[in-house]
Write a protein that binds this ligand. Structure first.
Ligand code: PEP
Ligand code: MN
Length: 263
């Protein structure tokens, strides 16, 4: 993944939509796939706001085993169904390599590897064997060099369609969920030719912090954003505090225009 072997910026093709290069791509959508109606409304919102890619988790890595764990395969089905109505590419988290065939069955466009799985080396090797684009989130306590080496596990298998995603790291600070490491953006852009995106939602953990972090990330050179949205955040089954409602998301999209070539 190093620039030594590949000097120019790589552009990852996600079903005809480029990630990396001169354009900035915003991926919006809920933390979790809840119902078909929630997914249809989310898809309509992210599409109208100008997105071409949508996020949503069907398999959720929850801290407590007693909270909602995701709708599983049924969730993938609802997600695909909603996204197809608006011609959106889908991004969803894979936690277990045994579900890979199911992900391929629903034609998941981008496989997300979550912060908790960044060093699940067997999982990384499995997604390295296919050629689907992968979003590799940074481990919440991972150094940049550990993160780059995790990406090598995917690349070593032959899959070079890797997108790095900074989502905030753990520090002593408790005023927000994680600390968005803006500094990693220029460092990563220097070290790797692959695209770097930022998830301001899991960094701040509060909806009101998301626009400021999103703009900072783009201004610092990020190739895109992964943002949590919900048709009605108060009712979200997971990460309700950090989801933007449709109006907030559209206003964020508007405010990004004018920073670093956002479409
Ligand atoms: C998510 O994107 O919904 C998620 C669980 O993120 P992270 O792995 O960064 O916590
Ligand atoms: Mn979430």
């Amino acid at each position: 993944v190093s620039r030594e072997s590949h000097r120019h910026d790589s552009v990852i093709d996600v079903g005809g939509i480029p990630i990396g290069g001169n354009q900035v791509q915003i991926i919006g959508g809920p933390c979790s796939v809840e119902t078909q109606e929630q997914m249809d409304l989310s898809a309509e919102n992210v599409y109208t706001a100008g997105c071409r890619l949508m996020r949503g988790g069907a398999f959720k890595p929850r801290t407590s085993p007693y909270t909602f764990q995701g709708n599983g395969e049924e969730g993938l089905k609802m997600f695909r169904n909603a996204a197809d109505k608006y011609n959106l590419r889908i991004v969803t988290e894979l936690m277990d390599a045994r579900m890979l065939d199911t992900f391929l069955k629903y034609d998941v466009d981008v496989i997300q590897i979550g912060t908790r799985s960044m060093q699940n080396f067997e999982l990384l090797k499995e997604v390295g064997r296919i050629n689907k684009p992968v979003i590799l989130k940074r481990g919440m306590s991972a150094t940049i060099s550990e993160w780059l080496m995790a990406a090598e596990y995917i690349a070593a298998g032959g899959n070079h369609n890797i997108i790095f995603c900074e989502r905030g790291i753990r520090t002593f600070e408790t005023a927000y969920r994680n600390v968005l490491d803006v500094t990693c953006i220029p460092v990563l852009k220097k070290e790797t030719h692959l695209p770097v995106i930022v998830d301001p939602s899991h960094a701040g953990g509060k909806a009101w912090m998301v626009p400021a972090l999103a703009r900072a990330a783009i201004a610092a050179g990020a190739d895109g954003l992964l943002v949590e949205t919900h048709p009605n955040p108060c009712d979200a089954w997971c990460d309700a505090d950090q989801a933007l409602n449709p109006q907030e998301f559209e206003s964020l999209m508007g405010s990004l225009k004018g920073i670093a070539g956002v479409i």
